[in-house]
Design a binder for this molecule. Structure first.
Ligand code: GTP
Ligand code: MG
Length: 196
């Protein structure tokens, strides 16, 4: 698949406003500021396909991108953003759970975590929901450029170990949008999900 030709299709304010549930969808989820939008831009080799920001909570809409007819990438709003009122957080958490459990066209979930702060409660919840729905998961430990290679490896091993507890199809890789680390691994995984 050629990810460089990916283009924006539409934004939805919530899961009820997503387009028809057909084709294949792969979603990018993660805590606010984890680097979801940056990873999408790196994958597609486009600077401004998905909007990135230093301010957490930038992506507030569900953004859909089309790789090819019937093959979509979904940039989900980040969870866990401290500034958001508790009630809104819970609402969004429930909506995410519903999306992961009910969206038939969802064939893969990429969960992005800052390599320095991986596997927070909500990250684990996302993986749990995906595994329950038999959706394969790729965990990307983002901003790997922030750590020296020894620390990088030990974080990777630690998270790989922890991921075994989910008893599902969960692969863990290191990623950096800045240094273009792990982009091939991401591409390979997406290729396999888009061509069942
Ligand atoms: P929300 O949309 O708010 O949920 O955030 P997001 O997960 O989409 O994060 P985004 O891609 O906007 O990146 C957040 C910040 O992290 C930005 O300042 C990026 O420049 C920075 N960032 C993203 N990826 C990397 C990376 O690989 N290395 C480094 N050093 N910084 C990164
Ligand atoms: Mg974003």
């Amino acid at each position: 698949w050629n990810y460089h030709v990916t283009h924006f299709v539409t934004s939805a304010p919530d899961i009820r406003h997503l387009p028809a549930d057909n084709g294949i969808e792969v979603a990018f989820a993660g805590r606010s500021n984890a680097g979801k939008s940056s990873a999408l831009n790196t994958l597609t080799n486009q600077k401004n396909l998905a909007r990135t920001s230093k301010t957490p909570g930038r992506t507030q809409l569900i953004n859909l991108f089309q790789v090819a007819e019937g093959a979509r990438l979904v940039d989900l709003p980040g969870y866990g953003y401290a500034e958001v009122p508790e009630e809104m957080k819970l609402k969004w958490q429930r909506a995410l759970g519903e999306y992961l459990q009910k969206r038939e066209c969802l064939q893969g979930l990429v969960v992005l975590m800052d390599i320095r702060h991986p596997m927070k409660d909500l990250d684990q919840q996302m993986i749990e929901w995906a595994v329950q729905s038999q959706i394969p998961v790729l965990v990307l430990l983002t901003k790997a450029d922030k750590l020296a290679s020894g620390a990088r490896k030990s974080q990777l091993n630690m998270v790989r170990e922890a991921s075994l507890a989910f008893m599902g199809d969960v692969q863990v890789e290191i990623f950096s949008s800045l240094k273009k680390i792990g982009v091939d691994k991401l591409r390979q995984k997406l290729d396999s999900w888009f061509s069942p």
